[in-house]
Design a protein around this ligand. Structure first.
Ligand code: ADP
Length: 167
């Protein structure tokens, strides 16, 4: 679907965060702005406990003032031309977010298009990875029943639709 992920009424929305977990631009900024200071406080506790979050991994906080009950923060890869394991790291960001949703017994999860903004991952390469990883996850046993991709732009909508059709 096309929309603003901060308005999604789901068990968890996923944040395309950065390793520092202190908020930033793009979807990260919008989620912290919408959710209020509670989310940042929880991120700082996580940071102080386990250090920076490496690309491809995920952590969870409450949703603060958002409609979503939780925010899963994951770090996608920065696109460096494609030979630095970017594709596997992007798949891992989706997979680890979904594993965390399952650990917390969540049913509905909404993702933005991770890494395709400031991190520069080409949309036509990212969309099939997102769709394929989500589909593979749904084929296995887990609490997750519905995965939504909540996309901001027309370009993202086109590429995700193409990836769905190809699947
Ligand atoms: P990254 O640093 O992982 O590339 P960005 O936030 O820069 O993350 O961009 C990721 C994607 O999120 C982009 O496609 C951008 O258009 C989209 N985006 C930005 N704000 C929102 C929002 N409020 N809801 C959904 N998607 C958003």
């Amino acid at each position: 679907m096309r929309g603003d992920i901060t308005a999604q009424d789901v068990d968890a929305i996923v944040n395309a965060a950065n390793s520092g977990l202190r908020g930033g631009s793009g979807v990260d900024g919008a989620i912290h702005k919408g959710g209020g200071p509670q989310i940042l406080e929880e991120c700082i506790v996580i940071l102080n406990t386990q250090g920076k979050l490496p690309p491809g991994q995920a952590v969870i906080t409450s949703g603060g003032n958002l409609k979503a009950r939780h925010v899963i923060h994951t770090v996608g890869p920065i696109w460096r031309g494609g030979a630095s394991n970017e594709e596997e790291t992007l798949a891992s960001a989706y997979r680890e977010s979904l594993n965390l949703a399952n650990q917390y017994d969540l049913k509905t999860v909404s993702f933005p298009s991770i890494s395709t903004g400031a991190y520069g991952f080409p949309l036509d390469k990212a969309a099939p990875i997102a769709i394929k990883t989500a589909a593979e996850f749904l084929r296995g046993e887990s609490s997750v029943q519905e995965i939504t991709f909540c996309l901001f732009g027309v370009d993202a909508m086109d590429e995700f639709q193409k990836a769905m059709d190809a699947l």
